[in-house]
Design a protein around this ligand. Sequence first.
Ligand SMILES: *Cc1c(COP(=O)(O)O)cnc(C)c1O
Length: 430
Amino acid sequence: MNFYSLNNKAPNVSFKEAVINGIAPDKGLYFPERITALPASFFERIQDLSDQEIAYTAILQFVDGEIPNVILKEILKEVLDFEFPVIPIEKNVGTLELFHGPTMAFKDVGARFMAQCLGYFSRESKEEITVLVATSGDTGGAVANGFLGVDGVNVVILYPSGKVSDIQERQLTTLGQNIRALEVNGTFDDCQAMVKTAFLDEDLLAQLKLTSANSINVARWLPQLFYFLFAYKQAKKENKEIVFSVPSGNFGNICAGMVAQRLGMPVKHFVAATNVNDTVPKFMATQNYDPKPSTATISNAMDVGDPSNFVRIRHLYQDNFEALKHNLSSFSFTDTETKKAILEIYQNSGYMADPHGAVGYLGLKKYQAVYPDTYGIFLETAHPVKFLDIVEDTISIKLEIPAQIQKVMDKEKESVKIETYQELKGFLLV
Ligand SMILES: *Cc1c(COP(=O)(O)O)cnc(C)c1O
């Protein structure tokens, strides 16, 4: 399938080129030329299909012909080697747990899928590809893990020194091989600014094949639509209209859910739940899109003031605000409300939510206050142990450290400290 740039000033490209480029030359996000609905029979018998069969059927049209079907199946088998359960929490409320992968946050699936696609596309090329990524925490770990040992691809991760959790830092600094971590004396915004400068540096681009591994990359963004299909498969038996509440930062995950809906999956409504970084909730209330610098919160993977994928959502609805509003509500919550929700969920059901999942829960409850006769699913995007201090303080319980996390806690950190763009460039060109 071909992909076009949402800025409309760059040539259409194949899936392969969209994955390798990351972003179009005119700085627009790539978007598939068509989204063709799957046959109704697929949804009628989805409960008889394995997760891998579901994923294969759903992604095929986007990849078709560019990765041989047998290899695509192998890739999906490797990417989807863990569970995606919907756990009932209360009457008409379930949580879709997306944290059973190696880094215990939902970005594992997208990062692994992108890594496998890039590995396949670069298999015969002599030119190595460098994946450059800035992280405020979870992206770096998932990308490091997904790309570890992929031939022909080098990964360089920038993270703000002292501003990621101990667990997150170890996940991105202890792997070695083709993964290198740069510890930036600055904030996440500084890391992101350096990455942006690199992508505009003609001199650098003449010497290096650079791509990004953020959710602007179609190979990281699109596979997230699997989650919604896996949840639908499990929730169908409730015989109710389904509502998804998605804790959102860059809005890639929820946008992928909307693509699943375009594939024909029955969904009544989407809720985009955010922390106080409320650019989209404000837009949904006022039709005025007014991006701001991000504010730090306890759900830090959603501290985004100008969500990069929201243009894809607007495009899906052809910028028809009424149509978008019919399908999407968006609410914002403070850290105090989030902690209160973590406690409330625990007291009511014994379930331990992380701060991101708790924001999703709050969004769902707000919607269901008006539409109670729906089956609501909020996405639990990270394991609570990744936000150990907050969760332990809030519910006054000690959490057990899962094996995936324990494994990295015993390893030595390796990183290079940098402060300026020139130092980054020097590092990349060695
Ligand atoms: C990245 C992330 C999010 C936000 O997802 P988007 O696709 O950027 O909206 C939410 N929760 C966690 C734990 C994340 O890592």
